[in-house]
Structure formats: structure tokens, C-alpha cells
Design a protein around this ligand. Structure first.
Ligand SMILES: Cc1cc2nc3c(=O)[nH]c(=O)nc-3n(C[C@H](O)[C@H](O)[C@H](O)COP(=O)(O)O)c2cc1C
Length: 396
């Protein structure tokens, strides 16, 4: 969105290459246009064997470019002009052949030359037979593209046009739309460093038993992902969470509240923002048993000691970052959250209902700051994360 001068959400060049999944590109264009994203379609010669430029022109509302020598562009250089107004180029579907070209910097047709001459990010959605995908040559090319900063979207696994089943299907148009919208988020946090904690901590009682809680880590991971999309340099200190580390985020895995504290303190210097989303255990066993505790008839007492308050300690550092807390409460949610905000001297706290938020894919939160309460509508956690980060960016 940085270069976007109109009211549209963003401007894309959609490159279509020669694969059966080209038919899905028609649906993708329809969804992009509906989402107020301006699309300029460019097709390879092979792509035109699978779907016609006429279809793509009708759906995008613009002429489709296919040739390097197209004279209709005033300066005769479509390979330069077409990407200059774009926020990103997405290749969907990306054939094995086209990715090989990209990996080697080839430029023998309009689309490959456009990609080589681009000054914007490149996203690639591979689509091919599973043997083509698994081929070491393709995997080498994918690794090279990732190393070159190209974002690979998918592929998906499932039944293929050739009848085989496996990895190589292009992501569905709706999934691609979601990823593109994420990519087009305004870069409100560009240049900012953010440290986030997420997930549950694990306080060992003996080698096989622990005190933990129901936090899934989904909210913290969503914030980390959204912060990355908004241009921040993100470090995520994650307790127990069965989630894939967010793309582009430096994720550090910890277990106990003490190890989370150590990791946070190690990384907190020079951070602009700290968001404590993790459900950190308030207490841990005084003496964890080195051996598995044996069952007996008598009752068992485990003595607990209070853990360090990570958020309060970060907030009280001499050069403390902008600190944001999360309050998961089960009653008097806003009152308890505001008390926590004032007690820990935080500029902002996010109040949510523990019974509703823990483990769920959606969340309904209220942001509390010195100006009062700002309720956000119930939404998927990634959308809540984006709104929270927009609020933080406005406060900074
Ligand atoms: C019927 C048919 C289907 C094809 N499907 C795919 C495909 O899904 N993925 C792929 O990578 N190549 C596929 N190919 C091969 C490409 O079309 C071929 O490599 C072509 O040179 C790609 O050109 P391009 O990368 O310039 O678009 C297919 C070929 C045919 C004849």
C-alpha cells in the first residue's frame, strides 16, 4: 500500500502462467476486484492456451498484456511500466517452468522480464503435478526464490487435475485473496521493533507433569503475524503452543514463566513495543521433583511460589518500550483489566473474556487506555490483531 495513491486497497500485477489452475485465476481476479484491489493481468503465451485474455480482460476491466514487444504502452516498455504503479506482483498459477526462470533471473518474455525489472514484492502461488513439485530441481528453485525474498503462497495438497493426489495444487482463490490482503496491509509499523509473548507457560511438577493453562497462543501469534505484515521487526517469545511459527517472525520457544522472563529480558533492549499476550503462570512449584512422583494413598501438597511479573518488570525498565498488556478475566472484565493497567502503569491493556477467548479462533476485546474504553467487534483473531496494532500505531 505504500505506493497507492488512489482509494483502492492496493494495486497488483497478476501474472498467469501455463497450468491447469489458470482457471482459478479468473475467480481470483473476480474476488480481488470485489475487494477493491486494482488488478493488471499479464499472461504468458502458455497461459493463453488454458484461459483466454478476453476472459481476464472482462473480469479485470483492463486490457491484458502478453507480449514484450507490445506497442500500446506509450514508451514501448511494458516490462518496466506495468510494475511501477504496483504494490506487488503475484504469479498465480506459477508453473514449474516459470519458477525455474525466476530462480535464474531469466527474462525472455514479458512476465519474466517484468518480474526481473520489478521494484515491488513478488508473491508466487505454485501449481503443478506432485512429481513436478517434489522434483529436486523444483525444490532447489523454491529454496532459491525464498532466499531471494520471494514469498511462496502454498501449494496445497489434494487431488490434482492429472488424477494423482499430493502436494502441488494451487491454493484456492479465497485463500490467495486472504494472503494478498494481508500483504497489502498499510506498513504502519515500518522500522519498529516489537517483542511479543504468546501461549501458555509450563511449570514442571516432576519430569512428566506440569501446571499450565488453556492458552492456545493463537492471539499472540496473530499479533506477531499482523505486526510483520505491517512492516515491524518482530520477536515472538512463545510458551507452549501447537502453532506454526508466523512467517517472517523470529520465534523463540520457551517453557516455564522463568524461561520466558529470561528470554524477554534478553531481547527487550531496543524494542519499541512490548505486548504481553502469554498466559504466564502466576505460581510455580517450590521444588520440582527430579523423579516422577509415585502414586500413594495419602494426599499430596505442592507448595507454590509466585513467579516474576514479566509485564510489570518490562514496564518498569528505565527505557521501557511502549507496553501493552492482555487481561483475560472471567468476571467484571473491564474493571479488573483497568485496575491491572493502572497497577502495572501501562498505556494500553486489552480486556477479553477468558471463557470466550482461550483456544478460540475469534475474539471480542475492549482496548483500554487513558482515553477510556474502545470496544472492537467480535472477529477472527488476525483481524483483532490488525485493529489492535493500528490503535498502537496511532498512540505511538
Ligand atoms: C495440459 C497441460 C497442463 C499443464 N499443467 C501444468 C501445471 O499445472 N503446472 C505446471 O507447472 N506446468 C504445467 N504444464 C506445463 C507448462 O504449461 C509448460 O511448462 C509451459 O512451458 C509453461 O510456460 P510458462 O511458464 O511460460 O507459462 C502443463 C502442460 C500441459 C500441456
Amino acid at each position: 500500500m505504500q505506493k497507492n495513491k488512489s482509494s483502492v486497497l492496493g494495486k497488483l500485477v497478476l501474472g498467469i502462467t501455463g497450468g491447469i489452475a489458470a482457471y482459478k485465476a479468473a475467480e481470483l481476479v473476480r474476488l480481488l476486484v470485489k475487494s477493491n484491489i486494482d488488478v493488471q493481468v499479464v499472461m504468458t503465451e502458455a497461459a493463453c492456451q488454458f484461459i483466454t485474455p478476453v476472459t481476464m480482460q472482462a473480469l479485470s476491466g483492463k486490457p491484458v498484456y502478453t507480449g514484450l514487444w507490445d506497442a500500446s504502452i506509450p514508451n514501448g516498455m511494458p516490462h518496466i511500466e506495468l510494475s511501477r504503479a504496483a504494490d506487488a506482483i503475484i504469479i498465480a498459477p506459477a508453473s514449474a517452468d516459470f519458477m525455474a526462470k525466476l530462480a535464474h533471473g531469466r527474462a525472455d518474455d514479458l512476465l519474466s522480464t517484468l518480474c526481473l525489472a520489478r521494484d515491488c514484492p513478488l508473491l508466487v502461488a505454485p501449481a503443478m503435478n506432485k512429481q513436478m513439485w517434489d522434483n529436486p530441481a523444483t525444490q532447489r528453485n523454491i529454496n532459491q526464490l525464498q532466499a531471494d525474498g520471494v514469498q511462496i503462497l502454498g501449494p496445497d495438497s489434494g487431488e490434482q487435475a492429472c488424477g494423482e493426489v499430493g502436494l502441488g495444487r494451487m491454493l484456492e482463490a479465497e485463500d490467495l485473496l486472504y494472503l494478498i490482503e494481508a500483504h497489502l496491509q498499510p506498513k504502519l509499523l515500518k522500522g519498529k521493533k516489537i517483542l511479543i509473548t504468546a501461549g501458555a507457560t509450563l511449570e514442571m511438577i516432576d519430569p512428566v507433569r506440569a501446571i499450565t493453562n488453556l492458552s492456545s497462543g493463537k492471539m499472540g501469534y496473530a499479533i506477531a503475524q499482523a505486526a510483520f505484515e505491517m512492516g515491524a521487526e518482530v520477536t515472538l517469545v512463545s510458551g507452549a503452543a501447537a502453532l506454526k511459527p508466523p512467517f517472517g517472525v523470529n520465534t523463540i520457544s520457551v517453557t516455564s514463566a522463568e524461561s520466558m522472563y529470561q528470554a524477554v529480558m534478553q531481547h527487550v533492549a531496543k524494542q519499541d513495543i512490548f505486548i504481553g499476550v502469554a498466559a504466564v503462570a502466576d505460581y510455580s512449584p517450590v521444588n520440582a521433583s527430579a523423579q516422577k512422583i509415585k502414586k500413594s494413598e495419602s494426599s499430596l501438597t505442592i507448595e507454590l511460589k509466585p513467579n516474576k511479573d514479566i509485564l510489570a518488570q518490562v514496564a518498569s525498565l528505565p527505557n521501557a518500550p511502549f507496553c501493552v498488556g492482555f487481561a483475560a478475566e472471567t468476571e467484571n472484565i473491564l474493571e479488573h483489566a483497568e485496575q491491572k493497567r493502572l497497577r502495572k502503569i501501562l498505556p494500553l491493556i486489552v480486556a477479553n473474556d477468558a471463557n470466550d477467548a482461550l483456544g478460540s479462533d475469534q475474539n471480542s476485546v475492549t482496548l483500554l487506555d487513558k482515553n477510556g474504553a474502545h470496544p472492537l467487534a467480535r472477529a477472527p483473531k488476525i483481524e483483532v490483531a490488525r485493529l489492535l496494532l493500528q490503535h498502537i500505531a496511532n498512540m505511538l
